[in-house]
Design a protein around this ligand. Structure first.
Ligand code: VGL
Ligand code: ZN
Length: 198
């Protein structure tokens, strides 16, 4: 069975010192590098927002980071400005072994629409192209690691399961933001969609 490792958003912005730092985010870098050698294919995702992106609280006068607003495609958490295209905050963590990756999926580039998942933007219908990429390579099973477990990792894992891939999330190679119980909710939702949490 052809297997792919999908490394979600291991970027400076989500590591200590970054604009949307996830506690312990940098701790996953070395073990993720070590895991890459065990896979037929390695894919990296990169949160890659234009300045002024609609997921930034700063784009909504009177709003603060971590408030939730209603967007045409559903509820949206407002984030601090983060991972702006071409800035150091958007770069991969300098310790990540990017040489092993055949593909990098950039997401969150549409100014009006956020994109947590590696497969679909947050409207759940605009594809990133990753599904076709994996299918044409004959990939049947994906393992996900990275940042953040309760947002981009969970949304990617759930989409992969719904698309019919076998899906495993290696929790010790992920770190979470954990906003108002978001980690427990994400775990339940992943398990409900058939994602294996290990
Ligand atoms: C992420 C919030 C905003 C993530 C990306 O990588 O989990 N979270 N953008
Ligand atoms: Zn983002």
């Amino acid at each position: 069975m052809t297997q792919a490792l999908i490394v979600i958003d291991v970027q400076r912005g989500f590591c200590p010192g970054g604009n949307l730092a996830v506690p312990g985010g940098d701790e996953v870098v070395a073990p993720v590098n070590a895991l890459m050698a065990r896979f037929d294919h390695v894919v990296l995702t990169q949160d890659w927002h234009p300045a002024g992106h609609s997921s930034f609280a700063s784009a909504h006068p009177g709003r603060a980071p971590y408030e939730v607003i209603e967007m045409p495609y559903g509820p949206q958490v407002l984030w601090p400005d983060h991972c702006v295209q071409g800035t150091p905050d958007a770069a991969f963590h300098p310790g990540l072994d990017t040489d092993r990756a055949r593909a990098v999926i950039r997401k969150g580039m549409n100014p009006a629409l956020d994109s947590y998942s590696a497969f679909f933007e947050n409207d759940h219908e605009t594809p990133t192209g990753l599904e076709g990429y994996l299918r044409t390579l004959g990939v049947a099973h994906v393992t996900l690691v990275g940042l953040a477990l309760d947002f981009c990792v969970a949304w990617s894992a759930r989409d992969a399961a719904r698309l019919g891939f076998g899906v495993e999330v290696r929790e010790e190679l992920c770190r979470a933001i954990d906003l108002d119980g978001s980690l427990a909710a994400a775990r339940d939702a992943m398990a409900g969609d058939g994602v294996v949490l290990r």
